[in-house]
Design a protein around this ligand. Sequence first.
Ligand SMILES: *[C@@H]1O[C@H](CO)[C@@H](O)[C@H](O)[C@H]1NC(C)=O
Length: 366
Amino acid sequence: MRSKKGRVLLLWVLVCPGVTGAIVVPFSISSALGIAMGFIISFQLTQWCIFTKLHNDLQQECASFNRTGLKMDLENKLFGQHLASRIILKAVSEFMSNDNPKKPLVLSLHGPSGTGKNFVSQLIAENIYKEGMSSKFVHVFTSTLHFPNPRLLPLYKVKNSRGFMMTSCSSPNLNPLCSQYQLQQWIKDSVSNCERSMFIFDEMDKMHPGLIDSIQPYLEYYDKVVGVSYRKSIFIFLSNAGGESIVETALDFWREGRAREEIDLKDLETSVSLSVFNNEKSGFFHTSLIDKNLVDFFVPFLPLEYSHVVQCAMAEMKARASEGEGPPDLDVANQVAKDLIYFPKQERVFSVKGCKTIESKLDYYT
Ligand SMILES: *[C@@H]1O[C@H](CO)[C@@H](O)[C@H](O)[C@H]1NC(C)=O
């Protein structure tokens, strides 16, 4: 496959810069037929050159990674997640600097809600695509919104094979009855236009295993799936699966008086993967994603403490200040943080909703 692409490129290099030269050809052939053929050939060649040049330019333009940007964003905007920050920067940087990855990058983000899983996906998108999350090469699928009824899945499948659903669901964001087929089509269309497309699957633990299976071919080590190469795209799965055991570990550290920054990946890995595998409710473990080692990184998100909530509030106020509102106020940030609910009941260490409700709380205080 690579050699074929190589040959096409070589042909392009040889022919395209000198396409005007092809117009000379007809004059060396003295028959009218020769002239006509010459013009047709040179016209076709020009078209092809313009098209391939355009296509290559688009592919280059669709994504360009800013490592410094991601590093700074992770340091300055994501709070209390030393593990996630480290893993993500390393994983994304290495993947984006590799021109010939063997498979797509598959990240699985785990942790309680409000700890920054969605937010991190946004930071990654912002440092790869000019338009960030609004880029047409970034797609977010929410299992409960897009694939709400697992019992309809067999129906989707029947319809797939007959192609019925094809026109009835043009955008997964608008039609809640999107099927496996649309999902695959959506992925294929995006990657055909930009190899470095990004797909985010929210609430992965609620996603039907059949749907996960249907995206599996794109995650594998295939050179190409029906003519399209998916090896440069990024898949991000978000779920609460494993969240409880992450919380337990964080709480153990806190009770032992150890700093949370001491928590190492190996302290979490076993418990997280066990709960991902054994959680009957998570569609995740049913599938061969894990069996086949298609997930490159399990990224744990720790529950957030009071000080992190204050940081979140300050960051939000700072962002608002740059949009014309007043300067950040530490008193307000503390007030907001005090108003949240913390658990466990007696020690009150971690915010129940992480930083999730900060924005609306700030509206109330300012
Ligand atoms: C990368 O990000 C940094 C920090 O946000 C920014 O200053 C810089 O201009 C960005 N570089 C490019 C090429 O966009």
